[in-house]
Ligand binder design. Structure first.
Ligand code: PLP
Length: 347
């Protein structure tokens, strides 16, 4: 955690505006929540953006809304995702009916994997949600096809965009491909502000329900569900300040990635290209893969690594944890670290 560096301009913006919060006396449910919401709406090109105190709380709230207002109670998630995605489903009272197969090339499922899971599914599709996680900083390359398929089958699609704020596919922003999506700004994420998230949706009904949910619906008093999962004004300002710099952060990381790519190409090492087939990733992770064997056996000399995505599988795909590794890549990464990595790649 000590390695997280916030861009100086973001810190200056935060400092410049924090007094306004102190002077206003509005420490919560004030203007910065709205400012953050409007900023995300503009950046992501989405109709509704609801700040929440974590990606996880936003996903739980959306699942509860899908249950209460859209009759959903069963869910499929991908095999390769954070363990917490599983607990999110349990917390919202869902039955997990499958862990969808994932591919080493993307660490995510493709359209065929989704179709296979649906073909094997015995239950009713009208009560099903599919929650897919964008892994490592790129949007699932098949998400447009998956979204179309889900619409045809009346399956609700929830995009866990915890990793992918700032990434686009065909110029469309992460989080906007399904019925709703949620970003994370947790300390170690691609765009990081300590804690917090923003849920986005183009569905006005879902957006309205989520906004009321976060206020316990205490103004309209119609909903049977709801909880305070809001951000404080200070944290909303913090996220706003860092989001101001999201392009700078991605640019900085892309430069590190370019150096790694050059060395991987020379050494014929396979890596996950984040700028391929209309995908523009945020380089949350730089991932190397070894399709033909365990990565630590194939590349024993690569020692300077960071946490995998992931070193466990929730369902199938026991090979994925063994066949990939992630190289250090974060904003303002110390040259001594990247140079060490480059040397190891070369060797
Ligand atoms: C794939 C994935 N989904 C969801 C989350 C949860 O994000 P948050 O910590 O903001 O709740 C994480 C965070 O680690 C994640 O990696």
């Amino acid at each position: 955690m000590g390695l997280v560096k916030i861009p100086k301009s973001a810190i200056e913006f935060f400092k410049k505006n924090q007094d306004e919060i102190f002077n206003s006396g509005s420490l919560s449910e004030g203007p910065w929540i709205d400012k953050l919401s409007n900023k995300i709406k503009t950046i992501a090109g989405v109709k509704n953006a609801i700040p929440v105190n974590s990606n996880g709380s936003g996903l739980v709230a959306l699942l509860l809304i899908f249950k209460e207002y859209f009759g959903r109670s069963e869910i499929m998630i991908q095999s390769n995702t954070m363990y917490g995605v599983r607990t999110i489903c349990g917390t919202a009272g869902y039955k997990i009916v499958d862990y969808i197969n994932c591919r080493l090339e993307t660490l995510m499922p493709n359209i065929q994997d989704i179709k296979d899971s649906i073909n094997n599914h015995k239950g009713n599709l009208d009560n099903l949600v599919i929650m897919l996680s964008d892994i490592g900083g790129i949007i699932n390359p098949d998400i447009e096809k998956i979204s179309k398929f889900c619409k045809e089958k009346n399956i609700l699609l929830l995009e866990d965009a915890a990793h992918s704020f700032g990434s686009t596919l065909n110029n469309k922003f992460a989080g906007t491909f399904g019925d709703a999506g949620v970003y994370s700004y947790y300390s170690t994420k691609a765009i990081f502000a300590g804690e917090g998230g923003v849920a986005v949706t183009n569905n006005e009904k879902i957006g309205g329900l989520l906004k009321d949910f976060t206020a316990y619906d205490r103004f309209k008093q119609k909903m049977p569900i709801g909880c305070n999962i809001r951000l404080s004004e200070m944290q909303a300002l913090m996220i706003f300040s860092v989001v101001n710099e999201y392009k700078t952060i991605i640019k900085n990381k892309s430069k590190i990635a370019e150096k790694y790519i050059e060395e991987c190409e020379k050494a014929k090492i396979k890596y996950i290209d984040q700028n391929k087939n209309s995908n523009l990733g945020n380089y949350y992770k730089f991932t190397i893969i070894s399709p033909n064997g365990n990565i630590d056996k194939v590349f024993p000399g690569i020692k300077t690594t960071t946490s995998k995505v992931y070193d466990y599988a929730l369902g199938k795909n026991k090979e994925i944890p063994k066949r990939h590794l992630c190289l250090p890549i974060w904003y303002d990464l110390d040259n001594t670290i990247s140079d060490k990595v480059l040397k190891e790649l070369k060797n």
